[in-house]
Design a protein around this ligand. Sequence first.
Ligand code: HEM
Length: 417
Amino acid sequence: MSVPSPTGAVLISLAILLLLFGLLIWHSHLLHAKKCQKAAVKFFSDEPTVRRILSGTGLDDDNINMRPPLKSRAIPNARLIDTFGIDNAFTTSAEKHKTKFKTQTTLLLNRQKGDFGWDRLRDEARKLVQDDLNEHTVPLVPLVQTVTLRLTFAVLFNVDPQTITHEKASFIGHEINRLWLASKASGSAPKWAKQRKFHDTLLSILPNHNPLDRTQNPLNLILPAYETLWRVILRCFIEVVYLCTDTDSCIWRKELQCFFDNPTTYEPDELSALVIAKEALRLYPPTRRVYRNFLISPSPTTPRKGELIAADIEAYHRDPSIWGSEPKTFRPSRWSTVNMPNDRLLAFGAKPFLCPAYNDFGVKMIALLTAALAEGVGKDWALEGKKGVLPEPGQGPMEGGRTAYEDCILRKRKSCC
Ligand code: HEM
């Protein structure tokens, strides 16, 4: 073996140093590119532009998107493919696949009107809440998540929700949250193939749906349903039961109870349980921002470039020129004063990507689960959070982030007799 000469050794050391230096520069470029990508998102909250973005066609007549709308949506959602192993309407660029998926989902959600009707869902929700309120203190977020998740399995896969244990549902809810947050953070996204315990838990509930096969993965359906529902139900429940005046709480709880007692034949009036759910969707739209990647050509001679654009639904829903005074306050009565409020609510997106839960299912599910929770806690449970976490009554709005209120607990009040 030959030993390098002193000059050779110096040259090798220099080469290694240069290589390390190059790597350092390359890495800092990568970090910079990532930061720029994040900083480059453009947000819009005025109604015409928000609608244009949702449709995937551009910003206005001068800024037209040259990419097919479906592809413009699939690009920002691509991280979900690696992280959750899914292939659904949100991730595909194939028009046929998206239409088929949407049609199937619409049929599943419409089943509520038939076999797995609202009365049966009500009974299941009531049982789940009662069973979970079995200690003196109960963490609120897992309660809302597990009840929502088990009912979502029931609706979409006809599974008996009572057969899914609290532990299993809690694990799935926790993992979805963890992976979602990790997929958004900088650095490499978690890989679905490695989430073995998650696969096994899903298989124990749905043995015929292979989570490693993208076409069969139950998360294709579970994610869009559960992820939107639990966050708005949590906030609707806290607003109705804990953050408002006693008078408002009494009126709203009565309406919700009325709907809960008879969800199939319920006749909504002006301040109905459904309006309460819609006000929650207005103030706390679960999809706070809808992202598209547009190819916009500023002029015929300039080259086009991809841009990440966000329709800021939350900001649009808090615009006083549309929603009236104190738009950050939860006030269902505003729905009788706003001009065509149902058409202006964009929590379910807009055509051609309008959510299949738009017609009936989404709003009813929020009302049903908020009512189940309100009935379950009655007047017997107090809500506790670390100091400053929960807004003072009337001092909303609540925080919109997915980890907010994680530490809040329900505590059973001491009985006076
Ligand atoms: C309160 C409940 C819900 C809210 C707020 C909501 C919100 C939304 C929004 C904002 C979009 C449009 C996304 C975009 O334009 O990129 C959407 C689309 C969609 N949602 Fe929902 N969603 C809810 C419940 C559900 C449920 C229960 C399901 C059932 C699986 C579901 C399945 C879908 C599907 C398949 C689409 C894609 C529609 C298309 O591409 O044409 N959603 N949803």
